[in-house]
Design a protein around this ligand. Sequence first.
Ligand code: AHM
Ligand code: MG
Length: 280
Amino acid sequence: MNEIIDAISAAAVRVKKAIEFSDTGYSEHINKTGDTQLKLDIISDLIIEEEFAKVSSIKSIISEEKDETKLLHAKGRYTIGYDPLDGSSLVDVNLAVGSIFGIYENGTDGSNIVAAAYVVYGPRVELVTAQNEVTLYRLNESEKFVKAREIKLNEKGKLNATGATQKGWAPYHKKLIDEIFAEGYRLRYSGGMVPDLHQILLKGGGLFSYPSTTDAPKGKLRLVFEVFPFAFIFEKALGAAIDGKKRILDLKASRIHDTSPCFFGSKEEIKKVLNEYAKH
Ligand code: AHM
Ligand code: MG
């Protein structure tokens, strides 16, 4: 597992340089989810693939930017599901973006995830890893990630990150969000899943929601590359992650690009979601 974290660290340093200095324009390609790929999405995907190809314990990789699973080492143990550059359309407005990694064994259902990590490319570059504990590292001047601290959520937080277009929300979802704001929670939403969830993790808690909507009943965020990794991280940080009714890590991904509604947060906020969603 250490060599996988080292490969993620090496890739992060290279992706950071690509974000800072390369072309932010679109390519000619459309990925499996129907997004036109930015040149940066493709560059980041290639960098990460190159670093993972050096690690013999990685059997295969599944990227948000690739249509199919790619075999790397037939005798390897792990499959890595990753989003090379989540929120990449925010690069041209110079907001923070990230890379997300889920490390799986014997399948890519929620129950198969054994570790997860993400990198935030913001004013500083930070890496968060989750195995038994969730640890924050910061990139130093010598391009090494140095441990900053462990991350643990409080029982209850103060932030509310509300995803998806409100026009498509179910009335009970709107009611839930309105009630949370009425309790004094503050809105924090950049449109980048990585910095938005990172903020909740580092500020002690709150709620991030990306619900089902009228035009996307299964939500937008992808199970294997985005939702399972963060569900694992939130649980290990003593928070919780659900799809509205069920624990995310009990879900199965029947296809690699499957999506799911998702809620990540500290225990108290997730209880509120469960209570409201149980009525519908
Ligand atoms: P991407 O993988 O195409 O970059 O999209 C994922 C992003 C997430 O980072 C973010 O939470 C979400 O899309 C924002 O969507 P919306 O603008 O609909 O709230
Ligand atoms: Mg993404």
